[in-house]
Design a protein around this ligand. Structure first.
Ligand code: SF4
Ligand code: SF4
Length: 164
């Protein structure tokens, strides 16, 4: 007996099956705002410590907090009352021009690397569009295919990380 092959229909495909656009403008919006968490894995803590030439324990004490057994980067309240990630810095980029930058961009955690292709934002077009109102990099720039989107969504270590 042969089984009938059932072809997927358009309605089986995720709403983002034709891909999504995203290019970070490095505006820093997602590194500040209301109180939040930047979860950091054990291997990422080692990478941070190595990058900053610190002991792991020193790094944990200075930059991390533990919530429910998980480690998050600390936050600092800025003069506007927003909660900045501890690694967000405002720098001068020209006369009278300032910019917020991630000072550990090369070793930023998976959570930061995979934004905005998070499960919660991909669940519906509405969730994606709502997030895009605070992130000028969404819906513009580089086109990501369905496969790229889902591999970022499901990543459990840095995309492309080869263990160096
Ligand atoms: S809010 Fe969006 S564009 Fe701005 S830094 Fe974050 S990811 Fe990049
Ligand atoms: S680690 Fe860098 S990219 Fe991630 S939230 Fe902090 S400042 Fe932003």
């Amino acid at each position: 007996m042969r089984l009938k092959v059932v072809q997927p229909t358009d309605s089986d495909k995720p709403w983002y099956s034709k891909g999504l656009r995203f290019s970070c403008t490095q505006c820093g919006n997602c590194c500040t705002g209301g109180p939040g968490y930047v979860w950091t894995s054990s291997v990422e803590i080692d990478r941070f410590a190595c990058y900053l030439r610190m002991d792991r324990s020193e790094f944990l004490k200075k930059y991390c907090r533990v919530i429910g057994g998980k480690v998050s980067l600390k936050e600092r309240k800025n003069h506007r009352g927003e909660y900045d990630c501890v690694f967000l810095e405002e720098i001068e980029v020209g006369p009278g021009r300032r910019k917020r930058v991630c000072t550990v961009y090369d070793v930023r955690p998976l959570q930061c690397r995979t934004w905005p292709f998070w499960d919660g934002l991909l669940r519906s077009r509405e969730a994606w569009e709502s997030a895009s109102r605070g992130c000028p990099g969404m819906n513009r720039g580089k086109q990501y295919s369905l496969q790229e989107i889902e591999s970022l969504r499901d990543a459990d270590d840095w995309p492309g990380y080869t263990g160096d």
